[in-house]
Design a protein around this ligand. Structure first.
Ligand code: HSE
Length: 440
């Protein structure tokens, strides 16, 4: 009987859930993978802190680096987050020949090339299922089940915190700040919640997905990112009137063999779209493969247990890999090897050249000629209007004016918006969101 010894770095929401399930389900996991999984070291930031999940003192190590170097560990599980210490720990583990499991999307998005390069040079695998969409096995699906497909489009809800906030705003008219506090209390939000609400966490996940789908490390810095801070209750309400929901989406669209759109922003989607009804912390992704067609994934995208489920799957796979490679050195398996992730990735096109429909909300003076001024700017820019709302019964000097815009290039929209913003009749910064229908 083989035993694989596990070192865990990080004992927060996810680390403690992984530890608890490993203890509780040791028998089941042994039955399923034929390897005994034993935790032999846990690195915690503060050894004196009281914990909900009891942690034997004999397992504690103060410095995460010890986990990679220790002769008491075979696999390193990195659940600390952050980029500096985590990067050193992972590189050190790979240099020591220890398979790595990580949930660290920020690290993979920003330093993926270095890490995958080390993993491939050493022939030591790294597993990262938990880095995208919590408990949904999207990484394994792209790498294994869907390996024969070319991916034309991947889009989805990949940040639970934002979806939680937007759902409660949509269903109850709840206030943004209160909902963010609740998401933090429930353990969904990142240590720095601005990563969630400013779209950075979703952009990290989109980068990992785009790299996997298109074979090569996509440059995170080229990904267009907008968060949900400027989504107001009024926009949610107008979107409803027009037949849409507002969701923070990650959108990855292949344009040709070398160019891809990767963007994260609030998006109006028709209520009939399968993602419109995805509520709360649930994540959901639609993958359009040339062989399979559209395939949908949904499930819990954040929280300790959901993420632990993905980490545990990776631990089992890493342990099976290790057990196999102890018997035979042969290993070239698309589910563990990542040579294509070291290659130069496709070019992420500038947002300026992306074409989409738009929702535009202006706050304007209620006087004759205002509509003509605005439509004249749009007309000169050859931007077509598909519908307009000016609600009755508004109060005050400024009134809302809502435009739905036909397909337009982003640079044309940005320029037109700048001209509109400078009009004397426009009383506040225009609000503009993309509208997507994802028709094939
Ligand atoms: N903060 C993330 C979210 C969870 O809200 O989806 C882990 O990625």
């Amino acid at each position: 009987m083989q035993t694989v010894r596990i070192g865990i770095a990080g004992f927060g929401t996810v680390g403690s859930a992984v530890f608890r399930h490993l203890q509780r389900e040791a028998g089941l996991l042994f039955e399923r993978c034929g390897v005994r999984l034993v935790v032999t070291a846990v690195a915690v930031r503060n050894p004196r802190r009281a914990r909900c999940v009891p942690l034997p003192r004999s397992l504690l190590v103060g410095n995460p680096a010890q986990i990679a170097a220790s002769d008491r560990t075979d696999i390193v599980v990195e659940l600390m987050g952050g980029c500096t210490t985590a990067r050193e720990l992972i590189l050190s583990a790979l240099r020591h020949g220890k398979p790595v499991v990580t949930a660290n999307k920020a690290l993979l998005a920003e330093h993926g090339r270095r890490i995958f390069d080390e993993s491939n040079r050493r022939g030591v695998p790294i597993f990262f299922e938990a880095s995208v969409a919590g408990g949904i096995p999207i990484i394994k699906s792209l790498r294994e089940g869907l390996v024969a497909n070319r991916f034309r489009l991947i889009y989805g809800i990949v940040n639970g915190t934002c979806n939680y906030i937007l759902t409660r705003m949509s269903q109850e008219g709840a206030a943004f700040d209160d909902m963010l506090k609740q998401a933090q209390a429930l353990g969904y939000a990142e240590a720095d919640p601005s990563f969630d609400i400013d779209g950075v966490d979703a952009a990290h996940k989109a980068t990992v997905l785009a790299s996997l789908a298109y074979g090569g490390c996509v440059d995170f810095r080229q990904v267009h990112v907008e968060g949900i801070r400027h989504v107001s209750g009024a926009d949610v309400e107008f979107a409803h009137q027009l037949g849409y929901e507002i969701k923070l989406l990650a959108i990855i669209r292949s344009l040709d063999a070398s160019r891809v759109e990767v963007r994260v922003h609030p998006t109006l989607i028709p209520k009939a779209n399968r993602l419109a009804s995805i509520g709360g912390v649930t994540n959901a992704l639609v993958v359009r493969g040339d062989v399979v067609g559209d395939i949908e994934f949904s499930g819990p995208g954040a929280g300790g247990d959901a993420t632990a489920s993905a980490v545990l799957g990776d631990i089992v796979q890493a342990a099976a890999h290790l057990a196999r490679s102890r018997e035979t050195r042969a290993c070239c398996d698309p589910s563990t090897a990542t040579p294509w992730l070291c290659a130069r990735g496709p070019r992420v096109v500038d947002i300026a050249s992306v074409v989409s429909r738009f929702y535009l909300r202006l706050s304007v003076a209620d006087r004759p000629g205002v509509m003509a001024q605005i439509t004249s700017i749009l007309g000169k820019a050859r931007i077509g209007i598909s519908s307009i709302i000016q609600p009755e019964g508004h109060q005050g000097k400024a009134v809302p004016l809502i435009f739905m815009i036909h397909d337009a290039r982003h640079d044309a929209m940005f320029q037109a918006m700048e001209r509109i913003r400078r009009l004397g009749c426009v009383k506040a910064r225009p609000v503009m969101f993309r509208v997507e229908t994802f028709e094939s």
